[in-house]
Ligand binder design. Structure first.
Ligand code: X90
Length: 282
């Protein structure tokens, strides 16, 4: 087989159906991250019940942590493809990218002639999903390895991520955000709205209530130059807010193509109940 798309599970991609990979000569591989909490492990795979996990996490009074995929898990995600493209969660917050790079070196050494490129998404969740779809489209065109590498690196610059979080507790407990920023979200009803900038969290608004948070998201999209195009909204058990946001975006930009879906394990852990992640094209 010629191509494989390998993603880590922070992309919320768990199955080839999500990328509509039917009858394509493209394999999908997912390298799972894992949550370790209260003596249990929650691997980020399709069979893990996210709602049960979120309930369990909220009942715990101790810190829980996460682990990135191993090099072996990345290698498994490459399948046996001649040309592999991987997308990893931002290397500023996780070891996933580094594990992917070691897997690339191993794979290329053990399989002379095969090539792997791992993209540091500098982001996560729905922005990674957009990038995976872009890879699919480039592969369907049958482009060369070098062309796809160039195109996907430039597409990363044309996509953005916004988050709206009701709690930053797990991010702060695991040292992924400045505790002062996490404190902003400790007041009930306050959402911290921000963007991914250079691979880290960049909060830009403290919104009181859902309506203000959704308005801040739409305003940010406009200011960043969104003029219509793809938007992916993922939500942590918060379909109602995702639906409202989808309607607001579709009302303002009639050529927006908005998709919404629930977050999986890793993003549910860090974005926490109520959280929204928005990936969009500019
Ligand atoms: O390696 C590991 O254990 C995983 C660590 C992941 C840490 C960050 C996850 C963030 C998930 C939260 C809001 C969006 C942040 C965007 C920053 C670039 C989602």
């Amino acid at each position: 087989m010629r191509y494989a798309i390998a993603v880590d599970s922070s992309s919320d991609i768990t199955s080839p159906d999500q990328l509509s990979l039917h009858g394509d000569d493209i394999q999908l591989g997912v390298a799972p991250l894992t949550i370790v909490a209260g003596g249990r492990e929650f691997p980020d795979v399709e069979t893990t019940d996210v709602r049960e996990m979120v309930d369990f996490l909220e009942s715990l009074h101790e810190k829980s942590s996460t682990a990135c995929p191993s090099t072996g898990e990345w290698l498994a995600a490459f399948h046996d493809a001649a040309e592999v493209f991987g997308i990893a969660i931002t290397s500023k917050l996780s070891g996933s990218y580094d594990a992917g790079i070691i897997a690339k070196e191993t794979y290329e050494r053990e399989n002379p002639g095969r090539r792997v490129h791992i993209v540091d998404s500098l982001s996560t969740g729905p922005q990674m999903w957009l990038m995976a779809e872009k890879l699919r489209d480039l592969m369907r065109e049958g482009l060369s390895f070098d062309r796809i590498r160039e195109e996907i690196e430039s597409y990363r610059e044309k996509t953005q991520l916004i988050f709206s979080l009701e709690s930053l507790k797990n991010l702060a407990n695991n040292g992924r955000v400045n505790p002062a920023v996490a404190k902003l979200s400790s007041i009930l009803g306050i959402r911290v709205v921000g963007r991914a900038t250079e691979g880290t969290l960049d909060p830009f608004a403290k919104a009181r209530g859902e309506k203000k948070a959704l308005s801040a998201i739409v305003k940010e999209m406009h200011e960043k130059g969104f003029v219509g195009g793809k938007v992916n909204i993922s939500h942590v058990l918060n379909e109602a807010a995702a639906l409202k946001l989808k309607a607001m975006i579709e009302e303002r930009w009639e050529n927006a193509q908005v998709r919404m879906y629930p977050t999986r394990v890793l993003t549910s852990f860090y974005a926490e109940r109520g959280g929204l992640l928005i990936g969009y094209e500019i």
